[in-house]
Design a protein around this ligand. Sequence first.
Ligand SMILES: CC(=O)SCCNC(=O)CCNC(=O)[C@H](O)C(C)(C)COP(=O)(O)OP(=O)(O)OC[C@H]1O[C@@H](n2cnc3c(N)ncnc32)[C@H](O)[C@@H]1OP(=O)(O)O
Ligand SMILES: CC(C)C(=O)C(=O)O
Length: 517
Amino acid sequence: MQEQDKVWIFDTTLRDGEQALKASLTEDDKIQLAHTISRLNVDVMEVGFPVSSPADFRSVQRIATEVKGPIICGLARSVAKDIEACGEALRTAQQSRIHTFIATSPLHLEHKLRMSLDDATAMAIKSIKLARNYTDDVEFSCEDAGRTPHWDLCKIVEQAINAGASTINLPDTVGFVTPDEYAAMIRHLINNVPNIDKARLSVHCHNDLGLAVANSVAAVQAGARQIECTINGIGERAGNCSLEEVAMIMKMRHDHLKVYTDIKSEEIYRASRQVAKICNMPVQPNKAIVGENAFAHSSGIHQDGVLKAQNTYEIMSPESVGVPSNQLNMTSRSGRHVIEHRLEELGYQKSDYDMDGLYKSFIELADQKGTVYDYDLEAMIYFNQINDKDEKYQLEFVNSASNSQSVASSTIGMRIDGEAKQEAATGNGPVEASFAAIERLTGMSVEMIEYNLEATGQGASSLGQVNIIAKYDGRPYHGAGIAADVVEASVRAMIRVYNLIYRAQKVSDLKQQRKAG
Ligand SMILES: CC(=O)SCCNC(=O)CCNC(=O)[C@H](O)C(C)(C)COP(=O)(O)OP(=O)(O)OC[C@H]1O[C@@H](n2cnc3c(N)ncnc32)[C@H](O)[C@@H]1OP(=O)(O)O
Ligand SMILES: CC(C)C(=O)C(=O)O
């Protein structure tokens, strides 16, 4: 592969991505994420806007000192104090870049900066020269380039390169342009700026019309060689171009695009999950590359195809982006092939069950509860069908109390194998206290993996829906509960988990008996 075909990946998760968060990241969060981003093997990491606050200055400084590998970059307006703060914060970096910008569109010049293009150009040149006192690697951005006349861009870009900028970034700051327009802008600059070969052309796209990735790819096809992007596409408003998407487009479509990045794609999923968790920005399930459903197949025809040849419905392998494996969801849209496959993985042979009878129970259960899990399948083999009314643990009542001044308490009444029992416990909140009371009643303790509370319905009369994933004996169980009272919804979800554990234990006993006899 040739160096001129390499597209640099400039990650701005910790700068533009962070701008969109409801709560700022702590210094430690940023350090942790910076190490993760560096493991992706990005070329440049923009990690903050040092003049904006002492905390941002300190985190840029710490990342510059601690994170080795990528070029560490900070953002600065075309203002001396911003450049000085940036230069100072980046002083200890192995390789540093100062990224300075000024808006160039008539709209921003007139209404925001209240100055002419010539004045903005003069400020840009002064800033680039000042930045060169700190580092040889200076990037200059024409903010709102997408809405700037092409000849205005040519004028300022030529002077910025002469002043010492080695990367020229042309952002579509408000996500307004279409791919053909953006490509035409890049071509115009390549064809009309006499010193353009002295700089790397960069693009920075926002997703207001959902075109950030498409625009970035179109710009690369037109000759840009740096993409500014964020993990999971987080960023101002509708977000930025998503790193994982452009990296995988270039990897998977190298045949067509003929360019490459140095991203270690196997690190993508881990990075995505960490960003989602630390930034408290969950990834939508159908998000390309990293969404929960990106490698999940739910319909029978697709599942059958994937089982016969994975590439029938997967254009890339889950492992190539660090997802451990694909997922074949068992739902009412599944067919017999996937059930047979799953049971084979669980150690069953065809002679262990009657597929026609099993499939009938499977479809009934799937229609009732959506997803059917392994333990449901096994229970169907051993009990033919599952009836919730015969469950071991049945809730009778929940009586919880909490206030802001003392610990919460809860009394739970249950029927266990038909016998009425009750227990009380305390906790940090009424849900924790209720779970502790259930633990006493069942004599079993589970490890909580996930607790998710959502309102279903509207306004104050909405119902609380709780979904729990809890582990027992190394195996996860899923429980859901719905009630007007969120504590009751939580208790119902947890009791469901205990019933599933009990049923799985019974299945295991029956398996042993079958083996022995
Ligand atoms: C498109 C982007 O994403 S750009 C990056 C956006 N990120 C941020 O804004 C986060 C960091 N920003 C901040 O912490 C603050 O806005 C600061 C510290 C930079 C400035 O704060 P303040 O001095 O209080 O100014 P405020 O933010 O209200 O207004 C911005 C000022 O900068 C000016 N300005 C905006 N961009 C530039 C620029 N590139 N170069 C020079 N001046 C600029 C504006 O015209 C305005 O100036 P004015 O006060 O003379 O009207
Ligand atoms: C500062 C620049 C690169 C920016 O964030 C934008 O224009 O969106």
